[in-house]
Design a binder for this molecule. Structure first.
Ligand SMILES: Cc1cc2nc3c(=O)[nH]c(=O)nc-3n(C[C@H](O)[C@H](O)[C@H](O)COP(=O)(O)O)c2cc1C
Length: 328
């Protein structure tokens, strides 16, 4: 048995599951592990660092992987696009910003372009531009995101996407989520949170341990960590993390944080070096409840697939033949 969707054909993969390009977390080892298990792993190009990217592509070796960038940040260092296109990734994912300036260069090669969206207007722009796949990201997602919820947002994007495969993201962490996403019309899923604490993830040891104890209710969206990291994020997106002492202190008092910024940035930098998760962020989403063990990425993916197959079969058994037709 297997689950085959147009996404499998698009990327020539066995399972319709993509590893999210999580900045500082999705390196070459986890991307390659997910790809070897039959999905597609994306390295998290994040805010861009040429040496880091080269190292992580080398780590992935010959395994076919993809890569993702934060679009507004790539705009500030566009040369990184050439660097990764030279590696001929299977897919390049752009999120958070205007992808149009990069369209032609990506189209010139064989790399497929995935764009992650948080609004229907962004989805329509993707359709007009003819991107290869659209990620519909719900607010449940770990990391940066918008305000729409996955359950109603995914089918709404499917409706505007026409023939372009839609990939659901945000709160999908096991086979139940994958089955639900397929039922919504998605061609597959993009997952971050469920891989955050995997063996191959580059998340710190304390962050992985904190994730194992976390619940979706312990997470929140805010911009405190962007301010603390000195990242100039445009309006419209903020960061879902676990709550900790730092968010408790500042998320309701952004003005206060701005007034004390230099001091707080210094405190934050020390905490990050010490892997102190009371102050440094644990970036996971509402699916935190489903992350309960540190295990190989391959095991997470295989379990997701077999659970989804089981769910889809059971669900189809709920449909009874009805000779009388629908009563209206
Ligand atoms: C630790 C972490 C870092 C992330 N970093 C990025 C990133 O650099 N670029 C990006 O496009 N998305 C990033 N995301 C969001 C993912 O692309 C994806 O939308 C999200 O993980 C899906 O929801 P889930 O976390 O519930 O699986 C990140 C997510 C997490 C959990």
């Amino acid at each position: 048995m297997s689950i085959r969707t147009p996404l499998c054909d698009l990327f020539d993969i066995e399972h319709p599951v993509l590893l999210a390009p999580m900045a500082d977390v999705s390196g070459g080892a986890i991307a390659a592990a997910v790809s070897r298990a039959g999905g597609l792993g994306l390295i998290g190009g994040g805010y861009g660092d040429a040496d880091w990217l080269a190292l992580e592509f080398d780590t992935a070796g010959e395994t076919r992987i993809g890569v993702g960038f934060i679009t507004w940040s790539l705009t500030q260092q566009p040369h990184l696009l050439d660097l990764v296109l030279d590696r001929a990734p299977a897919a390049l994912m752009l999120s958070f910003g205007d992808f149009q300036p990069f369209l032609r260069k990506i189209r010139d090669g064989k790399t497929k372009l995935i764009v992650q969206v948080q609004t229907l207007d962004q989805a329509r722009e993707c359709v007009d531009a003819g991107v290869d796949a659209i990620v519909a990201q719900g607010t449940e997602a770990g990391g940066h995101g918008g305000t729409r919820s996955t359950l109603p947002f995914v089918p709404a994007v499917v409706d505007v996407a026409k023939d372009i495969p839609v990939i659901a993201a945000g709160g999908i962490a096991d086979g139940r989520g994958l089955a639900a996403a397929l039922a919504l019309g998605a061609a597959g899923v993009l997952c971050g949170t469920c891989f955050f604490a995997s063996d191959e993830s580059l998340a710190s040891e304390n962050a992985k341990q904190a994730a194992l104890c976390g619940s979706g209710e312990d997470t929140q969206r805010s911009s405190v960590f962007d301010l603390a990291r000195g990242l100039d994020w445009p309006d419209g997106w903020n960061l879902r993390t676990m709550r900790n002492a730092f968010t408790n202190q500042w998320s309701e008092n952004i003005g206060g944080l701005r007034q004390n910024l230099a001091e707080e940035q210094a405190r934050f930098a020390i905490a990050r070096d010490l892997d102190d998760t009371d102050i440094a962020p644990v970036i996971i989403g509402e699916a935190a409840d489903l992350v309960r063990a540190i295990e190989p990425a391959q095991d997470i993916l295989y379990r997701m697939i077999s659970q989804a197959e089981d769910r889809l079969q059971r669900t189809s058994r709920l449909v009874e033949p009805n000779n009388k037709g629908l009563r209206r």
